[in-house]
Design a protein around this ligand. Structure first.
Ligand SMILES: [Zn+2]
Length: 273
């Protein structure tokens, strides 16, 4: 039987930073990779950093642009099959958009889980990757992606191994230290309240740590493809060595373990090869 890894992500662009290198490596190994993107990303920035609700932000146009960006990113990552569930982006926690009809956050978990379940039965992946119960950082669509994935997996007779992307505490502390010397970074943190250390897990909880430095050109190309969201971030301006230091590792905790795996691996398909 062929090997398949399926990743469930909330928005176009979420597939790249935490899982893009791993997906590219798997594709290079001949593994079938399936990306399920739950929402249309309509409440992300419009090009030029224009926020939803500001003049020049047309949610339909943003969704259409992000659909094209996702196609290009998926191609760069060697994704074999891209599935868009097509829910409306819910915006950040507390926004009125959370409750709009069609918003992923206002969709019943079992409805989304049924659709995801159909894809899971069709693809029969050995491994599924998504976010933890706080959606890694608290975005409602990420939380909903987690809930729908868990519900879909619970209905399967033979569950795959499940991983959540994660940040080990040591890496988060290194990152915060680097940013402490960078006033721009401090300002950015003040803007979005993002503290990597608060989101990190103890290093000993990491089950899979993948060195993706060999496929960083593809990862960078996939990030660049999401220009509307990532062109203005500092990542893409980094020189190759700094980019490798920031993006060269991807980490996962094991959240569903039907094979009873133990120890740390560098392979999401450990136990299946
Ligand atoms: Zn997202």
């Amino acid at each position: 039987m062929g090997l398949t890894v399926l990743a469930v992500h909330a928005h176009p662009d979420d597939e790249v930073m935490a899982t893009g290198g791993a997906l590219r490596l798997l594709a290079d190994q001949g593994v079938r990779t399936v990306l399920v993107t739950c929402t249309d990303g309509r409440y992300g920035d419009a090009p030029g950093g224009i926020k939803p609700g500001e003049a020049g932000h047309d949610p339909d146009a943003v969704a259409a642009l992000r659909a094209r960006e996702l196609d290009a990113a998926a191609a760069a990552l060697g994704i074999a099959r891209l599935v868009r569930l097509g829910y409306q982006d819910s915006g950040m926690m507390g926004w009125d958009h959370n409750d709009e009809p069609g918003a992923f956050w206002s969709t019943r978990v079992d409805e989304a889980a049924d659709r995801l379940g159909a894809i899971l039965r069709e693809e029969a992946p050995q491994v599924v990757v998504t976010y933890n119960e706080i959606g890694f950082y608290g975005h409602p669509d990420h939380i909903q992606a987690h809930r729908a994935t868990r519900a879909a997996l619970a209905a399967l007779a033979a569950p795959p191994t499940l991983y959540y992307n994660a940040l080990p505490r040591s890496a988060a502390e290194r990152w915060r230290e680097q940013e402490a010397g960078d006033p721009d970074a401090a300002a950015r943190e003040g803007e979005d309240g993002f503290d990597p250390v608060a989101l990190a897990v103890p290093d000993e909880e990491i089950a899979v740590a993948i060195d993706v430095r060999g496929v960083l050109a593809a990862k960078r190309a996939a990030m660049a493809a999401h220009a509307s969201q990532l062109a203005d971030t500092p990542w893409l301006a980094l020189a190759d060595d700094a980019f490798a230091a920031a993006m060269g590792q991807e980490w996962f905790v094991r959240a569903g373990n039907p094979l009873g795996l133990t120890g740390v691996s560098s392979d999401l398909l450990v136990g299946y090869r």
